[in-house]
Design a protein around this ligand. Structure first.
Ligand SMILES: [Zn+2]
Length: 432
């Protein structure tokens, strides 16, 4: 690989600008010590707060840092915190060839194995992942990727040039255009990373008070709750002191929500998404305008129904839905309260709707369905408008809950561990 393409110093300068890079270098010297003590203290403080709110978390860690200091990481893992792969070395993976990717991942996986850390997922350094990265993750049997940045419009005009440069450098997409949801893509679950993260809040955006600094995360939580989406929060452990208040505000608000916010690790969310997308639903005629439905799903699978008479106990949920208490029940409805798709519907549309928990049937009889879509194309840009269209009207609908046990949205707290000591940091620059 070319030295300039993956040279982390030039990458860091590209991402942050030279003045920012120098300022950051001084901070790095303060964040990391010559021994891992400082980072252990940061991780202790971070995990103490998470434990108080019974919130699991995922820490993507650079494998070389793990190899140098495995003991404490093993303790956190034994307590239930997840560690994922944040590169073998902290280099720009978008610049690696497929062969280099496979090699880097194999080395990272063998370090994790040696340290007895079960790493199931990946986050690219600098949030970079290219098509070859995803292909390599699939070949190395990793379950998920969480590298795609997704920027929320929650800054009330506080965006700075430095923040915009950051979004560009990360290749972030807009959460106003794309839903913040997992996507099972050829066997790999992809989960977008919400921006602003801690680095943007602390270093790229101007805030005068802690409450101001916490507002964007609370706004993202609010929006993910309203839309039933996923908030992947990013907080590098070395910035826990600066961001403890904003994180605690999010955890407190999330714990107070009803229906619940599912707080989970990325590997749990990926496993759930995969299993729920594969749920089999049996539907049989049970008399005039009556259908019998049996849902065979993983534990936590629930059915939601609106504007449909059901012969089973239900409890009010949200957005006009009732949560059905059993997995086998009969409904009365003149039209099928599912989504009918014309036979020429593109497979990506069928797949997208099933992944959301909708019951999809292919039919050229629009009259039989409460919803019938006749679309011959479906792009990623059409996802958010389609979800708004389906959820925004008051037609009868029976569907599966997107999240387990009736949760309305999901929150994954994540913290990238680039290094544990100044030495790792130096080695990180040398790429060793
Ligand atoms: Zn990193």
């Amino acid at each position: 690989m070319g030295a300039t393409r993956t040279n982390p110093i030039s990458m860091a300068i590209k991402g942050k600008g030279i003045a920012n890079f120098l300022r950051r270098s001084v901070k790095i010297a303060r964040h990391y010590g010559l021994t891992p003590r400082k980072m252990h203290r940061a991780l202790d403080r971070f995990t103490d707060l998470l434990r108080r709110y019974e919130c699991p978390a995922t820490f993507p860690i650079t494998a070389l840092a793990l190899r140098r200091h495995p003991q404490r990481i093993q303790q956190y893992a034994a307590e239930g915190f997840e560690f994922a792969i944040h590169g073998h070395r902290h280099v720009d993976h978008a610049q690696l060839s497929l062969t280099e990717h496979l090699d880097e991942l194999a080395q990272a996986q063998s370090i994790c194995e040696e340290a007895e850390i079960a790493a199931r997922g990946f986050r690219g350094p600098y949030l970079h992942a290219a098509a070859d990265t995803l292909m390599a993750l699939r070949r190395r049997n990793l379950a998920y990727d969480s590298s795609q940045g997704l920027a929320w419009d929650v800054l009330d005009g506080r965006e700075t040039p430095a923040y915009r440069e950051g979004l560009k450098f990360y290749g972030a997409l807009s959460a106003e255009v794309y839903p913040s949801l997992p996507e099972l893509e050829e066997g790999l679950v992809r989960m977008p990373y919400s921006l602003p993260d801690d680095e943007a809040l602390v270093e790229r955006l101007p805030f005068e008070t802690l409450a101001q600094m916490g507002a964007p995360w609370l706004a993202i939580l609010e929006r993910t709750c309203a839309r039933g989406e996923l908030f992947v929060l990013g907080l590098h452990p070395e910035r826990i002191a600066a961001c403890e208040g904003p994180l605690e505000a999010v955890l407190r608000a999330a714990r107070g929500r009803s229906p619940a916010v599912w707080m989970a690790r990325l590997d749990e969310i990926a496993a759930w998404w995969r299993a729920r997308a594969a749920v089999e639903i049996e539907i049989a005629e049970a008399g005039v305008d009556q259908l019998h439905i049996v849902v065979n799903g993983p534990p936590g699978t629930i059915a939601l129904a609106r504007f449909v008479a059901i012969d089973a106990p239900t409890t009010p949920w949200a957005d006009g839905y009732q949560q059905v208490a059993v997995s086998s029940f009969t409904i009365r409805a003149a039209n099928r309260p599912f989504i009918g798709l014309a036979p020429d519907a593109p497979p990506v549309l069928v797949d997208f709707l099933r992944q959301q928990g909708y019951i999809v049937q292919i039919s050229d009889d629009p009259q039989r369905y409460a919803y019938h879509l006749a679309r011959t194309t479906f792009m990623a840009e059409d996802q958010r408008p389609l979800l708004a269209e389906i959820e925004g009207t008051d037609k009868p609908l029976v569907r599966l809950g997107r999240w387990p046990n009736g949760a309305r949205s999901a929150l994954a707290v994540t913290g990238d561990v680039d290094a544990l000591t100044l030495w790792d940091y130096g080695l990180r620059f040398l790429g060793r």
